[in-house]
Ligand binder design. Structure first.
Ligand SMILES: [Zn+2]
Length: 323
């Protein structure tokens, strides 16, 4: 198990470990694909590792941790349609946390993809996180840290998973058998997000979504109303595809806005498109388009006819583009 990039997170945790000042609760934040779960696994291995240099990935505990079979590393089970954590799961953890560890002197509870955790579940965990037993540790991974209640956030160490540098990304892609033009294309679509790059390479759906998103962006840049409508309508043939395209298009618009403040903060799949948009469009227009995309995105799940959403959105984008 290896964490690529994310030196700040590694240094922070290793520093705490070396100084014997390990925190008990961690919140690992960042968008999908940045390796939050790998960071959580790495941190759990470090906590149970038996060697001086942690995590060594040579000792028995590290081995069990990387196989996900360590008896004291407990992954909270997701439940229900929304993928949150059930009252029973949380209750079980709350009582299990007071029972001594099986192997060593630590027990680690990991809540992955905790974005759907309910307020009720968080409140049940609060006391445990406020005053954990000496042996208990908690790790949450979320895409949006605001999901976590302020009362909990104030008691956890927040760590932000960061995109990889170009070299780091190329190394990950090469290890996964991807190089040359494919690697370049994925990198230009998703920047330092290794998870998204790998998904893009292995899935035609993702490739089609990126193609359509780039086409819509080009049409916005060229003020081609017919093209915007045509490509959005093509995307609207499938609900998931439409959602993906709208989401990616919004990232490009947000990149176009963010570029004015920070040229390195791009997260979308079309950085050259975002640059063109940024230089040729007013900030006001970008903001309006961002709002329109957000509104369209939220309507997709509300049983509104998708083709209708596409055509309204096209009209709005065209109108705002003139601003
Ligand atoms: Zn070890």
């Amino acid at each position: 198990m290896k964490i690529y990039g994310n030196k700040l997170i590694k240094d922070t945790i290793q520093n705490m470990s070396e100084k014997d000042r390990m925190a008990h609760s961690f919140l690992i934040c960042g968008e999908k694909g940045l390796g939050k779960k790998t960071i959580a696994d790495w941190l759990a291995a470090l906590l149970v590792c038996e060697s001086a240099e942690k995590p060594c990935f040579a000792c028995r505990s590290c081995h069990l941790a990387s196989e996900h079979t360590h008896p004291d590393i407990i992954y909270a089970e997701h439940s229900g349609k929304l993928g949150g954590f059930s009252v029973d799961t949380v209750r079980e953890i709350c009582s299990d946390a007071y029972i001594k560890p099986n192997n060593g002197d630590k027990k680690i509870y990991i809540f992955t993809d905790a974005d759907k955790i309910t307020v009720q579940a968080q409140n049940s965990l609060l006391k445990l996180i406020e005053e954990p037993p000496d042996h208990a540790y908690f790790i949450f991974t979320v895409t949006d840290r605001n999901i976590i209640l302020e009362t909990i956030r104030s008691r956890v160490i927040s760590l932000n998973a960061a995109p990889l540098s170009r070299d780091e990304l190329m190394e990950v892609l090469a290890e996964n058998g991807v190089s040359g033009a494919n690697a370049e294309e994925a990198a230009s679509a998703f920047g330092g997000n290794a998870g998204k790059c790998l998904e893009y390479i292995s899935s035609d759906v993702m490739k089609n979504a990126v193609d359509l998103t780039k086409k819509v962006t080009d049409c916005i840049i060229n003020r081609d109303e017919y093209g915007i409508l045509k490509n959005l309508t093509d995307a609207s043939a499938d609900k998931d595809m439409f959602k993906t395209v709208i989401g990616m298009l919004d990232s490009i618009i947000r990149d176009a806005l963010a570029l004015r403040y920070d040229p390195d903060s791009m997260t979308g799949c079309y950085s050259s498109g975002a640059r063109e948009l940024s230089s040729g469009t007013t900030m006001n227009a970008c903001e309006k388009m961002h709002e329109a995309l957000g509104k369209a995105y939220s309507l997709i799940d509300k049983n509104v006819n998708i083709k209708l959403i596409a055509s309204v959105l096209c009209g709005e984008i065209t109108a705002f583009r003139q601003l």
